[in-house]
Write a protein of this length. Structure first.
Length: 204
């Protein structure tokens, strides 16, 4: 079943004042649900800014917007969890927060190409995985679900991702099975106390 996206638009006056208090009154961490309801909010948000439609600059180049998104991110660093990865919104917001970006016009294309230092981008994303994981844990998302979201974020930003997926629940690697040592109740305790296992660590 498809879900409706949550589109939140900030007015020019709110951006210029760095005022996102209304958004936080709805979506601050203490306002968010837990469990299944929070799971359903992953990948659901899109953000917009109004008031610069006649400005020829890309939003990444407007100082007021860059300042606003940087402050917004500092106050609400959960973008990697909530932002929809099917549109360019998250990429544009992130570019506003990076220390330096450059733009170039590509022949035959209307939009300019925005580039940044890949290390700046990786550093930004890496820092945001902690807030994302906090939301995942609060939502009760599985290790595999967290892995899939992480992979999707890396692919969204065209970054390499070669981590192995987590092992299925209950899976035990063959090497760990072969290396298991069974301790008899009358054997010396492996803790080194000199007592029999049943009289020491095996008492429980």
């Amino acid at each position: 079943m498809s879900r409706d996206l949550i589109f939140y638009q900030f007015s020019r006056s709110k951006v210029e004042q760095c005022d996102f208090s209304h958004f936080l009154s709805l979506y601050a961490p203490d306002k968010l649900p837990e469990g299944r309801a929070l799971q359903e909010m992953m990948n659901l948000m899109m953000f917009g800014i109004e008031g610069w439609d006649d400005d020829p600059r890309e939003i990444h180049m407007v100082p007021e917007i860059r300042r606003f998104y940087t402050a917004f991110h500092d106050a609400w660093p959960y973008w990697l969890y909530f932002c929809n990865l099917d549109v360019d919104t998250l990429r544009a917001m992130t570019m506003c927060c990076l220390p330096s970006i450059s733009t170039m016009q590509v022949d035959g294309q209307v939009q300019v190409k925005v580039t940044c230092d890949p290390l700046d981008l990786i550093k930004f994303i890496k820092r945001d995985f902690l807030p994302m994981n906090l939301m995942c844990e609060r939502a009760g998302i599985s290790e595999r679900g967290i892995y899939d979201r992480t992979k999707a974020v890396f692919e969204y930003f065209n970054l390499p991702f070669d981590a192995e997926p987590p092992a299925p629940v209950g899976y035990m690697a063959p090497s760990s099975v072969r290396g298991t040592i069974r301790i008899g109740r009358n054997d010396p305790c492996p803790c080194g106390s000199g007592k029999k296992y049943k009289k020491c660590c095996g008492m429980g």
